[in-house]
Design a protein around this ligand. Structure first.
Ligand code: G3P
Ligand code: MG
Length: 240
C-alpha cells in the first residue's frame, strides 16, 4: 500500500505550511503531511519552506531575523482568496493539532542555507513532549542534520532527501542507519535506483508528485509514500 502525504499540507488548495493546510489534508484523509522547519530569531521552531518570508507572507526578510511574536503578526496567506489571515505555525502548534488524527508527519529540517544550531535538539524535544516519536519521519537535504538527529535518537525514522543522482545511495543510507530515501520523483524512472532501494529494504517517499500520470506511475511501483500538493487526487487514484 502506498501512503499519501500532503506536501506542505494540502498546499494545492490552502496556503502552504499553515494549520489550515494540515487541517484540509486531514479532511481529505491524507495518511500524513510533509512540512518544513526553520528557527526564528528567538530560537522557536517555526514552519515555513523558504528561509525568507517574502514569497509566502505579506512581509519581507529572513525568518532568522524575526522573533516568533513578530512573525505571528504577519499574514502567511498572500494569494489564496478562499482563506483569510493565516498565521505562521510553530512546530508545537502542528503537533498539537495533528496528534488526535491518524496522520504521520514528515518533518523536513531546512538546514541547507543556515544550519540553525540546536534545531535538531529542539525538534526532537517537541516530538517527545507530544509522545509522537512513532509518527514522525525526519528528512533533510543536509545529511549531516540527519546524522545529528540519529545521534540524539538512534531509533528515529529518517530519510535522505536528494535532487541529484547519487551512485550507491542505498548503500550509503544503510551505512548511516537511514531507512528512507526521499528522491525527487523522476528518480523512480531509474531502474537501478529503484531496485537498489528495494533490495536494501529502504522505503521510497518521492516528491512532489502532482500530475495524474506520475501518481499512477508511482502507484505502479508500490513505493512507500507519494508526497503531493493534491492528496485528494492521489487518494482517488489509489482507490482508498
Ligand atoms: O520533502 C519533500 C520536499 O518538500 C522537498 O523539497 O523544496 O519542497 O521542501 P521542498
Ligand atoms: Mg519540504
Amino acid at each position: 500500500m502506498t501512503y499519501i502525504w500532503a506536501h506542505r499540507g494540502a498546499s494545492g488548495y490552502a496556503p502552504e505550511n499553515t494549520l489550515e493546510a494540515y487541517e484540509l489534508a486531514d479532511k481529505m484523509h491524507a495518511d500524513g503531511i510533509e512540512l518544513d522547519v526553520q528557527l526564528s530569531k528567538d530560537g522557536q521552531v517555526v514552519v515555513c519552506h523558504d528561509e525568507t518570508i517574502d514569497r509566502t507572507s505579506d512581509h519581507k526578510g529572513f525568518i532568522k531575523d524575526y522573533t516568533l511574536s513578530e512573525l505571528k503578526t504577519f499574514n502567511f496567506n498572500n494569494k489564496n482568496e478562499k482563506y483569510s489571515f493565516c498565521h505562521i505555525p510553530t512546530l508545537e502548534e502542528v503537533l498539537k493539532q495533528v496528534k488526535p488524527t491518524n496522520m504521520i508527519i514528515n518533518i523536513e529540517l531546512k538546514t541547507g542555507i543556515f544550519d540553525y544550531p540546536t534545531i535538531e535538539e529542539k525538534t526532537i524535544e517537541l516530538v517527545k513532549k507530544y509522545a509522537m516519536e512513532d509518527r514522525i519521519v525526519y528528512s533533510s537535504f543536509n545529511h549531516y542534520t540527519i546524522l545529528n538527529i540519529l545521534k540524539l535518537n538512534p531509533q528515529a525514522d529518517c530519510g535522505f532527501l536528494h535532487t541529484d543522482g547519487i551512485i550507491d545511495i542505498a548503500d550509503y543510507a544503510v551505512k548511516y542507519n537511514v531507512k528512507n530515501l526521499h528522491p525527487a520523483f523522476y528518480f523512480l524512472l531509474n531502474e537501478r535506483y529503484y531496485h537498489e532501494a528495494i533490495i536494501h529494504g529502504l522505503k521510497i517517499n518521492a516528491w512532489t508528485i502532482n500530475e495524474e500520470k506520475y501518481i499512477q506511475a508511482a502507484l505502479k511501483l508500490n513505493i512507500n509514500a507519494i508526497i503531493t500538493n493534491y492528496p485528494d487526487l492521489a487518494i482517488n487514484l489509489c482507490g482508498k
